[in-house]
Write a protein that binds this ligand. Sequence first.
Ligand SMILES: [Zn+2]
Length: 449
Amino acid sequence: MAQEAEYIKAHYSKFEQLLTQFVEIRSVSNADDDMTACIDFLKTTFEKLLNAKVTLVKTAGLPSLVAQINGTSNHTVLFYGHYDTMPGGTRDLWETDPFKLTLKNARYFGRGVGDNKGQLMAQILGIYTYIQLHGTLPFNVAFLVEGEEERGSVNLKTTVSSLHETLLKQVELAVVVDGSINQNDEHVVRLGNRGLFGFELITKTGENDNHSGNAGNIMTSAAIKLVAVLRKLYDFDEQRVLIPNFYQGVPQGKEIKTDLLEALPFDKEQISSQMGLKTIPDKMEFYQRLMYQPTFNIAGINGGYTGKGLKTVIPHQANVKIDCRLVGNQNIEIIRKGLETVLAAEIQSGEVSINCLGAIPPSTSDLSKSLIDTFAAIIKKATGSVVIEPVMAGTVPNYVWTEVLKVPVVTIPYANYDQHNHAPNENMTKKDFIDGIKISYELVNSLFK
Ligand SMILES: [Zn+2]
């Protein structure tokens, strides 16, 4: 057995105790939970275990924590995590107490154990194991742990901007440990993610609803107006977005890493049945659409009367919620301007108003080939398998590292695919917790060698 595996085994009851304490301190996002107790616990843990210099950083919301641990070279790596969790939810749907860490069937159950407390604790313990075995770290490590990830990291960009020239000045690489490994229990290295632009369009064609007999041909239905507006934004036949400059920055040709797509696992039947679809595209098309093409989704549309029977009414107001997943170098500001340009006349007349509901740019990490190979080798050595995902189809705020700190970022999730984060019975397998400690150890052991 490797020395780190032996060390982890010999000290495991202490490690498990720390995870228990961390999970049992309630730190529910959007609740009045005592976040102070949680951040104090983290501060003490970083100081005691890693001899870190800890700074609590005030934000407009809940405080963030920066922990700095000096190493023997000038390299500095940033690790990012969060200490807030989703609410426990309905107690009846949980098989165990969500705020008591319970080991059952080789899984730890508890709110936040997968997202993100177990993953964060595994990082701390992997680095702790390294220090115990080797005395000092081979490079500087900084942690940024925020308390508002579950609220959409609303203050993260401002926080990182404010620390760019001070505590985070030396950072040259960001490692995000959050999310889930793949369905085949293989650990993944994620190089980028899609962004999100969400907005609401409201059409208004009068001050009140009118009788469709008395006012038909005089008043326009706000629902009809909404459909007309949608046709200006989207070609429903060609399934193409018509917002000017929308496709600017979408990856083309060699920017699409087909070699990495080919290496991804793909079980057509399993995926289509999970999605509840009769069929899905073949592998390469499937991944290209998910990773390299933007979406235009009507998430919900609302207007007029949709109840039982007929109601002959002309609605004066209707609305639609649209979300676009963005890829490559698509730019939200350019798209927003395009949207306002194409609807300028309607906005001017007061028939259309737009509310922006979410704006997170896509992130593409310019990690070098050799660093990608190093991360893959580290994870393979620690866990036995690795898959490189060029782009995560979902959205995380990794643009703060690439745009604000201007450093490459890599995402390495530690939690199992079925961690049930945000849902009842959230869990992290004991194996994945230990594998997370091993990966963290190996990151310190092998990066910059
Ligand atoms: Zn979450």
